[in-house]
Every structure is written in C-alpha cells, then in structure tokens.
Design a protein. Sequence first.
Lengths: 348, 348
Amino acid sequence: MQGQRCATTRGGRAEISSPPTIRQVAEAAGVSPATVSRVLHGTRPVHPDLRARTLTAAQQLNYRANRVAQALRTRSTGTVGMVVPNVANPFFPVVIQAVENELRRHGVHLLLCDSGDDVREEAELVRSLLDHRIDGILFSPCDRLSSQSAVRLAAGRVPLVQIDRQAVSDVAYVGVDQEAAMSEVIEHLIAEGCRRFAYVSSTSRASTAAERLRAYRRAVKVVHARSAERVYQGTFSLDWGRAAAQRIVDEGDLPDAIVCANDSVALGVLDVLRSKGLRVPEEVLLTGFDDTELASIAWPPLTSVRQPLEMIGRKGAELVLGSGAVPGKSVNLFKAELKIRESSRRRA
Amino acid sequence: MQGQRCATTRGGRAEISSPPTIRQVAEAAGVSPATVSRVLHGTRPVHPDLRARTLTAAQQLNYRANRVAQALRTRSTGTVGMVVPNVANPFFPVVIQAVENELRRHGVHLLLCDSGDDVREEAELVRSLLDHRIDGILFSPCDRLSSQSAVRLAAGRVPLVQIDRQAVSDVAYVGVDQEAAMSEVIEHLIAEGCRRFAYVSSTSRASTAAERLRAYRRAVKVVHARSAERVYQGTFSLDWGRAAAQRIVDEGDLPDAIVCANDSVALGVLDVLRSKGLRVPEEVLLTGFDDTELASIAWPPLTSVRQPLEMIGRKGAELVLGSGAVPGKSVNLFKAELKIRESSRRRA
DNA sequence: ATGAAAGCGCTAACAC
DNA sequence: GTGTTAGCGCTTTCAT
C-alpha cells in the first residue's frame, strides 16, 4: 500500500513512513551513529547524558535495527537453516517445534526447508541456505549415501548438525539409538514367545531405516534364521502396510509377530488383519515405531517406540548454536522408550 | 573449522577459503563488478565476449551471490515469514509443507515461527520478522481479538495474508468456510435422526473455534434449543476429550450425538465412551473435525471434516508473493469436505 | 568517551 | 555496452 522508499530527500518534502535508520536516531539525539550503536549494544561505555538522549530518541522513533545491514556487517544473520525430508511426517513437527523454541530463546530464527526426500533438491536447498549466510544448519539427510556431499559441503562452511538421520560419521549428530530400540522390540516379542517374524518397512535410504533393519535381522536371526529375510519394503504409508499385510496373509504362512518400521505401516497392517478376521494379538503380535498419537488411539493399542523428540530438537539447536558442531565429531545418541501395549501382549 | 575472514590482504599472503565476491569474479574475468552483475542477472545486454569470460570466471570460482548483500541493496531478502500457533498441531505441517513448496518454486525461503498460542510471543515474533526484512508474512493469528494489532502492524509494512485464522477483516485471508462445514456436520446428524446434541471444543480464542461454535449453535437451535447451550470447552487434546465425555456421561443425559471441534478431542471422547460400554454409533453418534489420519484409523472410523490443506498453503504462498495481499481485502474461502464414516451413521 | 571514515558485497545511476 | 561511483544501514577501527 504505502511507498517503501524514502532516503534523505534533497527537496525537503515530508517522507512517507519507512523504518528509521540509525542515522536518524543519531541526528535526533545529536550524537553520532557510532554512539547510538554503542548504546544499543552496550559495546563500550557511553556518557550517561548521551546515553539517555540516545535511548529517548530511539524509543521515540521506535527504532529497530535492520538485521540485514547488521548481518552484512557482522557476518551473522541470526538465522539457522533446517532441512528435513518431509515436514508432514509426524516425526518432524515436534522436533521442528523444539528446535524453533530453543533457537528463539537465543534470538535466532529458523529457515525451514522440505527436501521432499529428494537428494537433488536437498543439495540445492543447502546451497541456497548457504547463500543466505545462515549461521548454522540442522540437517536430516534423506539418503545416508547420496546426501554425504551436501552434508560435507555445508559442514565446511557453517556449524552443522545432523538430526535424526546421519550421512557422515565425523559430523555432529543427534538422534536416537535405532538399533538398541529395535533390538528391544524383538527381545520383548521373543519374551512373549514369538519365534517367527516378518518385517514391514520402507525402501527409504535414510540411515534410520537401515539401522532398524539391521537390528531386526540381527535380533531375529538368533531364534529363527529365515525370519531375518522376511522383509517387506515399500513406503511409510497406511496403504503400504495394507499391501504388505495382504501379501503376508496370501503367503499362507503367518508369522508369530509382524514388526513394523513405523506406526502408519503398522496400522495399515492392522487394518487388513482385522478385515481378514485375524486377531491381534491373539493370532499375531504387532508392533509399530515412533509412537505417534495413532499408536495409542488404535484398537488394540499399538506397541511402539517413543523417541524423545523434544530433546532431539532442543539438543540439535543447542549444538548448532554453541558450535558443539564444529570439531571432528560429536554424537548425541538418546535412548528410545519401548511402549508396550495390547498389540504385542500375549494373553496370559 | 576453516577461518572465515579473508579480505584483500595488504601483505600478499595466501587467503584461506572464503566465498568469492563479485569483485573477485570481475577481476578474474577482467571486467567490472557491474558487468558481472549484469551478466548474472541478464539485467542489461552485455557483449558476448565479456559475457563468456564472466561466466567462465564465475563458474571457475564457483561464485554464488551473497544474498545478504543483495538484500541490503535491493530491499528484498527472498524470505517470507510464517507464524503459526502450534507447529505440532497436525493441521499445520501439511499447510507449512505446501507453503514451503510454493515459495521455493519462486526461490523464496520460509522463516517459520511458532507462537505457542501466546499473543505476546506472537507480537514479538512479528516484530522480529520485520527486523529481518522478510518480503511477506503468513500469519495464523492465535487470538481473533488480541492478535489484531500485530496483524495490522505487519500488514502495514509487508504483504500479509492471514492463514486459517483471521483477526482483521480487511487484510487478506485464506482458509476454509468453518461455518458452512460445521453446519453440514449438524445437518448430516439431523438427517440421521439426531435431535439432542453436545459440543466439545476448546477455549481457544482462534477465529476458527468461534466460527465453528457459532455454526453449531445456530444449526442445533432449530431442532433443540437447549442443545445450543450444551457446550464443553477445554483444550484440543485427547485428555480433554476424555474429561468432557466423562462429564457428559456423568450428567446422565446422553445426547443423540456428540459433536467435536477436532479429531483428538473426538477420539478422547470415543475412548471413554468405549470404556463405559457405550457404543458408537448405536447409542450415540460422534463427529470430529480436521480429518487427520487419526479419524480414518479410529474404530469405528470417525466422521470428520477434511480441509484442503495443501490448497490453503499453496494459495497463501501465492498471495503473499503475488501481493494479492496488498489491497483492501481479499478473502479466499475454500470449502471443506464432510467425510461421513461409521461413527455417525445410524444402522439402518 | 566520542566522532569520522571505512567498508561488509552487492546493484543501480550515471557517465562515457 | 561498459566502467566508475555511490550507497543500502549498519559496526568498527582509528584518531582524537
């Protein structure tokens, strides 16, 4: 609506609003811009009188420093970038929220990017964020292999911490110990008497998916070698869960337990089992992963793995800001919590 | 890791890496910085030879413009701010994702802020975003009254569009017609034979909550005046749903249908009804709102209202960018879709 | 303790 | 067409 420009206007006409500059504050206060800056930042001592005049003028003009100019000069934008594979994946919103909160406690803003699980896009995003001179970056690399170059590129320029997913081992990382968590799931199922398993997951190339799968294989091999190969990979969706369950049932060889790499998939499986008249947990036990709201609301309630999302986000933010992200490595592995619910409890 | 500074170094020592400046490209190509800029932006015609040399030099040095400097000069940062009350509310991630995608198609980044449903924080965030000279702002005001000043402040400085929630009527807005949606819910229930209702909602001061409530009252009044007053307000959570259901049951006066302002609440209600042995939909019909994944997964599947989230996000982004946000007003009301499922279907 | 001046990296006016 | 110059708004030497 309003004109945006202004400048000092040689003529002498009235200006149209435009945020006041430090210069204008200086003039109003009868001091130099440098003094204003010093007062506002407490960088160096300033005479009480000038200080007072400056403060008054600043307040009167409602002065607020232009962060862009500040950034150019100080080489710090007060922003941090975050790149995640899929904002709509219920795992991330909570992490994002925690990150944003922690950043803001330090006066830093979050530049959020969704890579859409696409390595090319992801790399592009990282480059673009660097162009914007973000002060750091939180990166959830979508591909544990192909994302490596992007991670390295960015890590060479700004503090970087990998979050949830890891592509490069000597760059800071924060997430949960996926293998420990999945092992715990299997141990629990074995304790419930299960011996034959099937694993429903996605073809995701994320490090987390790989770790969970590895743990699954390692853990089931002990009790039934062939179960280690009974793996169904599709996408992290209800529909894939349904499709996988269909296949499992069709094969006419129902395992004792179906282990899922994620809650959505598990609920898809559950849906089909129910429609086939196969009861959970009576005929087959079922587990999910992530412990989204879905898990507790399902019927029967779904055993799942709860990750400390807020903690991951907060710690990630702390690391980028404090540059605990700079040195060789720095791994912050949290422990997930197995939430045992009816879907995996054998009736006594 | 690496040193960040460099500058032209009067001594003549080798520099440590630091992104190349336009000046360095110019020198390498034997042209002026202005020419480089012109080549890179195609702002004005440049002789093919110089053009080629420039391009080569830029590529060789791997030159990428410093967006901060660019922003200072051009008064455009290539960023848009977004303020939402609660990132973890399953409604927002999808909208955010759509916004981010649309922005990126235009080379614009998203500065995401979570106000935590706090008007003070919200105002602070808006001011801070303005300091960062964002090119526009997408605002989901948490309070239809107290958020007005923040909306007005920001709208006076940059293109602003209210998203989902509206505080100021003469500022651009995009969302769904809440009243129409809620009316449709009630009409459906009436058609199913319901006459006596209860409404479970939150004390939220968001415009959407007010609109849904108003529509509920208006619609039920027609068939049963007292139902218009049977309103339970708490928070948008499973627990509040449980608490509200408990109260409703305790009152010993079960309505024909319990209408909920959101899916989480509805599932909380469902949970308690089930534990009390009250069957849905046989003894009481139930509806939610938002049609999150929860709704379709619940048992029985929950009738809910699906909002075109991606469309809202995309349109919001389009508006800020195209500054369809500038003039007096501009309201983009989408229509929600009633998803009728078992929870509100009377057995024939 | 304070001001003048330089300059962050870029683009746009203005000359040629 | 192209280079030179000025300047976006700020912070920070460097003198005083």
